[in-house]
Design a protein around this ligand. Structure first.
Ligand code: KG4
Ligand code: ZN
Length: 337
């Protein structure tokens, strides 16, 4: 099955053509990072306009690079939510037009199902029941999956998402968006024990997360050090390492205590923050310790991409679960089985 996957939920226009989900024939991405950098975060109206400008070219190039023709496509998969409404609209309208013109099935994909599906691109041996932790710029959601395509939400963040807290932390240190990769890089040279940060919500019995207190703690730490980020630049690696360790510890502890409670066989770690080196390392270590298989997509498939949407589309296609041409994007869509 040849599927065209389109992702435009936030600040990346991503398009891929895949064969049977696992063979990525082409995978293109137009990042808007430079466009939003000076504002310190994503500006919805600008994001939407940039998607409009690039999506046509990107699709044409992705199909060309895939070595297949439009006639050889079997379906069009597109992110239908959650995300920025204007941005989603661009992807959904384009996908609908293509599906109509080419007389192809349309598949409406939940963005988080896309992230979870990224784990299936490189692994076809995932055993259930599984726990999936989706950590991105907008979400920190923990799901119980009795089988592929079935999701029960166990917990989520009650305030900021893990990616958001990394982005905001880096910004306080004077670095630009996105901050996750910056913190990751700085932390590798730092001592996580020199400056300690609270492990938020770690001891509570449910699986919800809360990260906003960590931001306040960072603010206090910095105000004790100096007025401007340049005043304590030599401490940036230690600050980043301590801050990152607090987030990683919390994510690891919450996820693996759910693993122990639910007799789980596999753990999936997905979403942009799953590209984080320490988080990947700690999940693998805990998996080995507890005897559960841990699956993490390679880094480039953790952040938003079109191949994960195409992969999720394949399972919809196999289940005959199609979207109709009156599909509308939903900015606050919940993931349900
Ligand atoms: O999944 P994603 O690409 O977009 C959303 O759906 O939000 O995730 C983006 C998030 C950003 O917050 C970014 O800082 C974070 O993923 N991120 C990382 C790393 N690479 C990207 N966080 C920590 N370490 C990284 N290496
Ligand atoms: Zn995402």
């Amino acid at each position: 099955m040849i599927i065209l996957g389109i992702e435009t939920s936030c600040d990346e226009t991503a398009v891929a053509v895949t064969q049977d989900g696992r063979i990525i024939l082409s995978d293109l991405l137009s990042s808007q990072i430079d466009l939003h950098r000076k504002y310190g975060g994503v500006v919805p109206e600008l994001a939407c306009r940039r998607h409009i400008e690039v999506i046509g070219f990107l699709i044409r190039e992705a199909v060309e690079k895939s070595g297949r023709s439009y006639e050889q496509l079997d379906a069009i998969a597109v992110t239908m939510g959650p995300g920025l409404i204007g941005a989603l609209l661009v992807g959904v309208s384009t996908a609908k037009s293509l599906a109509y013109a080419l007389k192809l099935p349309l598949l409406g994909i939940h963005h988080l199902e896309g992230h979870i599906s990224a784990a299936f691109i490189e692994h076809n041996d995932i055993i259930f029941p599984a726990i999936a932790l989706v950590v991105s710029g907008g979400h920190t959601n923990l799901y119980y999956m009795p089988k592929r395509g079935k999701y029960r939400l166990l917990g989520k963040t009650i305030d900021d998402a893990a990616g958001e807290i990394l982005d905001k932390g880096a910004r306080m240190l004077g670095y630009s968006y996105p901050g996750g990769p910056v913190i990751d890089r700085l932390a590798q040279k730092g001592d996580p024990d020199r400056i300690s940060f609270p492990r938020p919500y770690r001891s509570s019995l449910n699986s919800d997360f809360s990260f906003s207190g960590l931001k306040t703690s960072l603010m206090h730490t910095l105000s004790k050090m100096g007025k401007k980020p340049e005043d304590y630049v030599s401490s940036h690696p230690d600050i980043a390492a301590g801050y990152q360790a607090a987030i990683v510890d919390t994510l690891v502890e919450k996820t693996f205590s759910a693993v122990e409670q639910e007799n789980i066989k596999s753990v999936l770690l997905v979403g942009g923050v799953a590209a984080n080196s320490l988080l990947r390392e700690q999940f693998i270590l805990m998996g080995e310790r507890l005897g559960v298989a841990v699956y993490i997509p390679s880094s480039r498939l953790c952040t938003d991409n079109g191949a994960m949407i195409a992969m999720a589309g394949l399972s919809h296609l196999e289940e005959n679960y199609f979207a109709s041409l009156d599909l509308n994007p939903s900015p606050h869509l919940e993931l349900m089985s």
